[in-house]
Design a protein around this ligand. Structure first.
Ligand code: ADP
Length: 583
């Protein structure tokens, strides 16, 4: 079936305002540079203009009367002609340009002109999206306000902080510096999170003698992170968010937000999205959805540890254990228990569904319920820790690679041969060979654990940061094996990524913060799914895998075509060591 042609074949056009609205700081006029007041300068040039016109007309009439050829000019004629030109240019510059603009561009402040982009600029920039925010579920925009002029705000480097510290604040700063007031207690003492952050920041600068002027304080809602996302804030780090897409997956288009400071990454992923789109889209399938937590418990003998293992893994006991576990939440539902013994120690890996939450808190609460319950029948059980690392959270571990953690997803696409050539600038054979030697054999030689890919973690990390996921879970969420195979008599490329442990949520943690929530909204997966609890987080996992597919396609192609270093030099525009480029 022919792929829908959402990409135009023409170079993409970018929009640019024709006229800048002057800023308050930018109100200086050219006339300020004149030696005379403006009205006198204008009067002078008007007088000059009409005088020389009169003079030249009378000279012309005289020459006709005396039959003198027009090209015979005297010194005074030359002076008159030069004065005419000078005054004409001045008057045209002063009155003429605005007049012409007002005729040609009726609504000049709002006019946008299309500017042709350099065709050479990375293919990835060729986002010819027809639908602004794809078909994501809940991205209907509020009605547009009346057209307002676009104001270009100039970057002010030595901007004064908006937050002003009072004399009372000064006293508190001094007591924090002296150690009398603990820095962590500022929020509860003051009842004002923004003020607490400002005071802590100032105290920190004094204590360390280091300036934090590049770290913004204003423009952030410190109440929103209290008791949830970050303690003892002193500001926030700004990370740019770029958009890749439209990413066509399971018949829907998504504009994928990526927060990153790595030049090339968004552009490259965007190119992969284009290749997928032109080939009819990707298919992403969720295989499993269960968060895990594995406490470590110890007994006096290995026999007792084995008794508990047998009890927990006996299907007849599962229902009782589920009832106990599920009391913790409306959404946490026990799916299974898997145990591993090390002598007298038992590691119990509980797996449960967690709705739209990533689920670490939820599963931990359920596990605590079960441990409390087990103490009745196993009073000799010593709970060493609610997490015994057999979970395994934020560490590379084979258990996640083999069993899965969070969402397990497989995603595939068949990329047409001509798309591989024209968009990815390489060939099917080169990609298949590179994938075999790099992602499979090379990673095997390196003893990789879940690292059979080119740069899954690049895409995972960028989407995680943009959408408020836990970036530390990038460790296991980036486990991925990329497969490439020539199909359709070697003409086309079948590519897939299999990712067994994508840990994402659309409620809880950083997902509820304003910026992150806006990015989730763009994808149509903000918050809890009203129809089917868990649907939003599952959709997000399929998007992550599809974006990884796009990223793999593009980077592998760049390497196959020998473009990696060139494009990094172009987009990072730096002389830094390119050997550090993710590959
Ligand atoms: P996590 O377990 O990922 O750390 P939290 O436990 O902090 O997340 O956040 C989940 C909270 O959101 C729970 O209190 C849960 O009851 C609530 N919640 C509301 N709707 C949903 C939903 N659809 N799926 C999961 N949790 C939900």
């Amino acid at each position: 079936m022919e792929a829908p042609r959402l990409y135009s074949t023409k170079p993409v056009q970018s929009l640019k305002p024709t006229k800048k609205i002057p800023l308050e700081e930018d109100t200086g006029k050219a006339s300020d540079a004149l030696p005379l007041p403006l009205y006198l300068t204008n009067a002078l040039f008007f007088t000059l203009f009409f005088s020389v016109v009169y003079f030249l007309l009378s000279r012309w009439r005289e020459k006709i009367r005396t039959s003198t050829p027009l090209h015979v000019v005297t010194f005074s004629d030359i002076i008159a002609i030069l004065s005419f030109l000078a005054s004409f240019v001045y008057l045209l510059g002063f009155f003429g340009i605005d007049f012409v603009q007002s005729l040609v561009f009726q609504s000049s402040p709002d006019v946008w002109i299309a500017e042709e982009e350099d065709d050479e600029v990375l293919l990835a920039k060729e986002d010819a999206r027809k639908v602004p925010c794809g078909q994501a579920l809940d991205c209907s925009l509020p009605p547009l306000p009346p057209v307002a002029p676009i104001v270009t705000v100039q970057k002010v480097f030595d901007e004064k902080p908006v937050t002003v510290l009072t004399e009372e604040d000064e006293e508190i700063i001094k007591s924090v510096v002296a150690g009398t007031t603990p820095s962590y207690s500022l929020e509860s003492k003051l009842g004002d999170c923004k003020r607490a952050a400002a005071i802590r920041r100032e105290a920190l600068q004094r204590l360390t003698g280091k300036s934090l002027s590049g770290l913004p304080l204003d423009g952030f809602d410190y109440e929103s992170i209290l008791g949830q996302c970050c303690e003892m804030p002193v500001g926030y780090v700004q990370i740019p968010v770029g958009i890749s897409g439209p990413l066509l997956v399971n018949g829907r288009e998504y504009s994928v937000p990526m927060a990153t400071t790595e030049g090339c990454l968004v552009a490259s992923t965007n190119r992969g999205c284009k290749a997928i789109h032109l080939s009819g889209g990707a298919t992403s399938v969720l295989l499993k959805d269960g968060m895990t937590r594995a406490p470590c418990v110890r007994f006096g003998t290995a026999k007792r540890a084995a008794d508990l293992k047998l009890y927990l893994e006996d299907p007849d006991n599962f229902e009782t254990l589920s009832v106990v576990f599920n009391r913790s939440s409306r959404f946490g539902r026990l799916q299974g228990i898997k145990c591993a013994i090390a002598g007298k120690n038992l590691y119990i890996r509980f797996t449960c569904s967690t709705g739209d939450a990533m689920g670490m808190n939820m599963v931990s609460k359920g596990v605590q319920n079960v441990l409390d319950f087990l103490q009745t029948d196993f009073p000799d059980m010593d709970v060493i820790g609610i997490s015994g690392n057999y979970c395994s959270d934020k560490k590379p571990a084979a258990v996640n690679w083999i069993e899965g953690r969070g969402k397990s997803v497989v995603c595939e696409a068949t990329i047409k041969g001509d798309v591989v050539r024209k968009v990815l600038k390489t060939s099917v054979e080169s990609l298949v060979e590179l994938n075999m030697l790099k992602n499979l054999t090379g990673s095997a030689m390196a003893g990789a654990l879940g690292g059979f890919n080119a740069h899954a973690s690049n895409i995972v990390a960028a989407i995680y940061i943009a959408t408020g996921q836990d970036p530390a879970q990038n460790v296991e969420s980036s486990h991925c094996i990329t497969m490439m195979e020539a199909v359709n008599d070697g003409k086309d490329l079948h590519v897939s990524v299999t990712m067994p442990s994508i840990e994402v949520g659309t409620v809880g943690g950083g997902t509820q913060l304003a910026s992150q929530s806006a990015c989730l909204n763009l994808l149509g997966v903000k918050g809890a799914s009203k129809e089917t609890p868990g649907a939003n987080s599952r959709t997000l996992a399929t998007i992550v895998a599809s974006a990884v597919l796009a990223g793999e396609l593009s980077l592998m192609s760049a390497i196959a075509a020998g473009q990696l270093v060139k494009s990094h030099m172009k987009y990072n525009r730096s002389t830094k060591d390119v050997s550090k480029a993710s590959s």
